[in-house]
Design a protein around this ligand. Structure first.
Ligand code: GLN
Length: 322
């Protein structure tokens, strides 16, 4: 096992160095002004196996805000609080093929609900369903879930929250549209405040690897056998990640990488490689969560170097679920 771990570590180190060259491509997100302060050159990866094996490489210590990755976990919390069938009666599970902050897709839709919980319109609707009459109370279940998985309560980055709140024209437009359609279950300002705060929680790639690992293990903590996320909800979360998690690049990500993943505009990606039924080339890593960070983004808003690194590793290690 130790030689395998060492071999895997060297392998990952080599490819992080290689793909670090790609960080000159793309751009750091700027529509939330403070996100521009991120260092475009950064690239890091953290892999955590269900069996506990850990591989970390590159810029692993940099904290960043969770952004859209939060949408997976507020969806999970809404399902736990309100029941899966109720949540799915309000938000659909169809990919849009459009941008994450699209309004057009809301307007042209025949079915009277937002497309899915991982685009802004669906995510804001999900946030409106969280129980509580203040943003802090609405986020309590989300924080509790994170704390249960990570072992600590990640902090809110107040500067990012303020920057996003001040530059939130598009999300407000989406919010007003949702309000007009009668989709929101809590008052608009409260819903948006909660949504911007959930996006501004600060985490690391180690946290993403752990969150991904729990999903890879169908919601159960492998060391305690505790069910942290109901199996059915964990499964739905992975379906959404696979079909909608990488915005309008989700199809390509499924084709070329082949595992559920969710990205955020600060440059993080959480990926989930579930254990494989058949004999696996790398039994020591059969089932893992992967966190990557690389703030230089492509036009869809996904980390360029992060996707290339994930694609390389997933192909070499045969992680595709298909
Ligand atoms: N807070 C961001 C927004 O709604 C999250 C978007 C993202 O990460 N794609 O604009």
């Amino acid at each position: 096992t130790q030689t395998t771990q060492k071999w895997l570590q060297n392998y990952v180190d080599d490819w992080v160095n290689f793909y670090q060259k790609n960080t000159n491509e793309g751009e750091v997100a700027s529509y939330i002004p403070i996100l521009q302060e991120a260092n475009q050159q950064h690239l890091g990866i953290s892999i955590l196996g269900i069996n506990g094996m850990e591989i970390r490489s590159g810029n692993v210590e940099i904290p960043f805000t969770i952004q859209s990755i939060s949408k997976v976990f507020t969806f999970i919390v809404a399902c736990i609080q309100r029941g899966v069938s109720y949540v799915l009666s309000k938000v659909d599970v169809e990919p849009t093929g459009g941008a994450f902050n699209s309004i057009m897709h809301l307007e042209t839709r025949q079915v009277k609900k937002p497309f899915n919980p991982l685009v802004n319109a669906g995510a804001i609707t999900i946030t409106s369903m969280l129980i509580g009459d203040t943003a802090e109370r609405k986020l309590e279940g989300f924080y509790q879930l994170l704390e249960k998985i990570l072992g600590y309560r990640p902090p809110l980055n107040i500067d990012v929250y303020q920057s996003e709140n001040e530059s939130s024209v598009r999300n407000r437009a989406i919010g007003y549209y949702l309000l007009e359609m009668g989709y929101l279950e809590s008052e608009l300002d409260l819903t948006l405040e909660t949504y911007f705060k959930q996006c501004s929680i600060e985490i690391t790639i180690d946290d993403l690897a752990r969150l991904g690992m729990i999903l890879a293990n169908d919601g159960e903590d492998p060391s305690t056998q505790e069910e942290i996320i109901p199996r059915q909800v964990a499964r739905l979360a992975k379906v959404l990640m696979l079909t909608c998690g990488m915005y309008d690049a989700s199809g390509k990500f499924a084709a070329y990488v082949g595992i559920p993943a969710k990205s955020g505009v600060s440059g993080g990606i959480v990926a989930v490689a579930p254990p494989r039924a058949r004999d696996h080339q790398l039994p020591f890593l059969d089932g893992c969560g992967i966190g990557v960070y690389g703030p230089a983004l492509d036009k869809q808003g996904n980390s360029i170097a992060g996707i290339r690194l994930l694609r390389h590793i997933a192909n070499q290690w045969d992680l595709s679920i298909f």
